[in-house]
Design a protein around this ligand. Structure first.
Ligand SMILES: O=C(O)CCC(=O)C(=O)O
Length: 231
């Protein structure tokens, strides 16, 4: 299991962080739980489906709503592996996991996870489909960086990649990236992707219930909150 540094400070991808069998077991466990979003409370306005563990996050109010208790046992081996691989220190142990489901044609808007609410390390485990994640510098939208997230890979976002950039996933069903052996473009055909994003909610994040959890950039400022959560 190799932690691959990227060109972006603090951004790493570990391929094959879990096995195919573990991936299938996770999908089975996740699909046996209730999803919210797509008309289902909480967060019925979401266009993609999510599951919230540890803490419930409201996309409408952009704050932590309630403590939901410990993370589900099906994530235990993942958190244990974070520690074994020294990806996290004890004090950074995640207390929140949001599971996102992206059907082909769904993505997520550019955003930075709020530094006042979430800790310094954001970890995202990808299941089923590959996709590209785009990082756009918050102060210079021309500074962009793309990374491939293969199924079963773990994305580690820290330092500049976590604080200075907004990350996003497009709705494109076909994506292209430079990655071929002879410099040719490689293609990703997107299908259902499920991701587990682990964060540490700071104690200040729990107090600051009116704080913004995400800062999101829009091409124009008059977009409604609903557009924000849809992609
Ligand atoms: O799907 C992912 O890998 C990232 C999810 C994400 O950025 C989020 O939930 O805020």
């Amino acid at each position: 299991m190799q932690k691959k540094a990227t060109a972006l400070e603090g951004l790493y991808v570990i391929e094959d962080f879990i096995t195919e069998t573990e991936e299938q077991e996770l999908i089975r466990a996740i699909d046996s739980r209730s999803w919210c979003g797509n008309g289902i409370a909480p967060n019925p306005e979401m266009k993609r489906r999510t599951q919230h563990y540890g803490y419930e996050f409201s996309y409408r109010y952009r704050k932590i709503m309630q403590n939901l208790g410990p993370l589900p046992t099906f994530t235990d081996f993942i958190v244990k592996r974070f520690k074994q691989q020294k990806i996290i220190d004890f004090e950074d142990e995640p207390n929140m996991c949001i599971i996102n489901e992206y059907e082909a044609g769904q993505g997520i808007m550019p955003h930075t996870d709020a530094a006042t609410i979430f800790g310094p390390i954001i970890l995202s485990l990808s299941l089923l489909s590959s996709c590209l994640m785009k990082f756009t510098h918050s102060n210079n939208s021309e500074t962009q960086f793309l990374t491939v997230l293969p199924p079963r890979s773990l994305l580690i976002m820290t330092k500049s990649s976590r604080y200075d950039y907004k990350h996003s996933i497009s709705k494109d069903i076909t994506e292209w990236f430079d990655g071929g052996e002879n410099g040719e473009k490689q293609e990703i055909i997107r299908s259902r992707r499920v991701s587990l994003t682990f964060r540490t909610v700071r104690s200040s994040g729990m107090d600051n219930v009116v704080g913004f959890c995400f800062s999101i950039s829009f091409p124009n400022d008059d977009l409604s909150l609903f557009k924000m959560i849809i992609l």
